[in-house]
Each structure stands twice: as C-alpha cells, then as structure tokens.
Design a protein around this ligand. Structure first.
Ligand code: ADP
Ligand code: MG
Length: 254
C-alpha cells in the first residue's frame, strides 16, 4: 500500500438479507486530505461508515487502516487505533457540562497512561487539554454550561470535541451540517477547515449540501445504490456525466 493512504477499502459489500446496501466498494483515502462521500439518500453512505468503524461486519471485503487489517474489529478497538467516527448527539452527556463531556473522552483516551500522571496534577493536565480543545472549537465560553442547554450547532461541535479528545488520526463525519441553519452550516464548514489546517487530521465527510462539498473536499467519492459510481477531484466529479445523471443534473451546479 502507498504510504500516503491511511484507509484502504477493498471489495467491501454489506447485505441486509437479500438487499445489498454496499456492493464491492474499493477505495483509498489519502492521509492529510478531506475526502467527501456523497450520494443520494439510501446510497449506502451511513452503512459504509458503520462497516468501516466496526458497527457492522462486512459481508465481503477488507478494511485496512494505517496498514493494519481492521475488518470486523469491534468499534471501540477501531476507535483506539485512531479511526474515529464523530459521536451522535445522543452520545453527549446532556446533563453534564461541556467541559465534563470533553474530560470524559480524555479520561477514556488516557486510561492506560493515567497512572503516569496521578492525582491532582493529572486532573489539571486533563483540564488544560480540554480547554485547548474547547478553545479551538470556539466553545471555551460555554465550558461550564450544561450540554442540553446549548444551541444545536454548538452541540454538534461538542460532538466533534469528544472525537478530538480521543486523539484521532482520522475523523469520519456523517452529515455534520444536517438540520443546521445556513449560518450554523457555514460555521461548521469553517470549523472543519480550521481543524484540518491546525491538526492535519484526515477527514472523511458525508454531506448532502453540494456547495459545502465542493468548497471543502480535496477528493470526492460518489456512492449510488451501494456502488462506487465515481471518484476524483471536485472538478472531475462536477464534469462526470454518470454523476450528473445520478443527481439528475441540477444539484451539482451549486
Ligand atoms: N440495519 C439495516 N437493516 C436493513 N436495511 C438497512 C440497514 N441499514 C441501512 N439499510 C438500508 O441500506 C440502504 C442504505 O442506507 P444508508 O447507508 O443509511 O444510506 P445513506 O446513508 O446513503 O442515506 C437503505 O436502503 C437502507 O434502508
Ligand atoms: Mg446516511
């Protein structure tokens, strides 16, 4: 495998009974890039995430992360290797503060090393790290707020903060702007770009808003009825006749 490939998927299929949600998908994701996964509703995007991050076992195929076969590894092991899927809002501890949510994820990450930095010193170090993450997300002012009281857009940022606290090498975001106002969407897009620039973390993003996709992605993968229809630069995808057909023309002109 090439060195700059962080995630390599070969011949991946997933069936539910007789129905194939994914069929023979092979694709490489490059390290240090933002890759967008697009496709109409029901194309298999979320299933792709579920199979890669260990929520579902694939029916056929192989998933290799940083040169290591992770096919069928349970989700928590995949996460520990640094392939992190942003948690859903339902995974936020709603009754806890924003800072506590980040701390919980940091404690889980540092679990093994906690004996190294014991007691009060370790707590201080974790709080400092939590603060750095919240600063980066523009959430420092909300650190002591109870999560359930946050605006929707801020909750989704907390979700990303929880992911960042697990020290990921790659983050997979499934429709991070779904349900957002145009202002929240713009803020989220800018945030992903900023995180990418500051941390160099590899991103895989599914997104239905083509404006967002074309402004953010280095590479675009197109799923259609469970098959990989096309992959390429935003320019290549925009001009691909098969892709245009799948999207019935219009929405690609955004
Ligand atoms: N657990 C499941 N059991 C049965 N069918 C499923 C399951 N998960 C997804 N599907 C089906 O697989 C197809 C792809 O779904 P999904 O991956 O959620 O698409 P997307 O995220 O692109 O909208 C859909 O037809 C969906 O109904
Ligand atoms: Mg989906």
């Amino acid at each position: 495998m090439e060195n700059d490939v962080i995630l390599s998927v070969k011949g991946l299929s997933k069936s539910f009974g007789k129905f194939y949600a994914l069929r023979d998908v092979s694709v490489d994701v490059k390290k240090g890039e933002i890759t967008a996964l697009i496709g109409p509703n029901g194309a298999g995007k979320t299933t792709f995430y579920n199979v890669i991050t260990g929520k579902y076992r694939p029916t056929t195929g192989r998933v290799v992360f940083e040169g290591r076969d992770i096919t069928s590894l349970p989700a928590h092991k995949v996460a520990r290797l640094g392939l992190c899927r942003s948690f859903q809002i339902t995974n936020i501890f709603q009754e806890n503060t924003v800072e506590e949510n980040i701390l919980a994820s940091l404690v889980a990450y540092h679990r093994k090393g906690l004996s190294l930095f014991k007691g009060l010193g370790s707590y201080r170090a974790l709080r400092e790290e939590a603060h750095r993450i919240l600063e980066m997300l523009g959430l420092a002012a909300h650190a002591q707020e109870v999560a359930k009281n946050l605006a929707y857009g801020d909750k989704r940022l907390v979700e990303i903060g929880i992911a960042l606290a697990s020290h990921p090498k790659m983050i997979m975001l499934d429709e991070p702007t779904a349900g957002m106002t145009p202002e929240e969407t713009e803020r989220m897009v800018k945030m992903v770009q900023k995180l990418f620039q500051k941390t160099g973390i590899t991103f895989l993003i599914t997104e239905h808003d083509m404006k967002v996709v074309f402004s953010i992605a280095h590479k675009i993968l197109v799923l259609h009825q469970g098959c990989l229809l096309a992959q390429g630069s935003p320019q290549e995808i925009r001009n691909n006749p098969r892709v245009r057909e799948a999207y019935l023309g219009g929405s690609l002109d955004a």
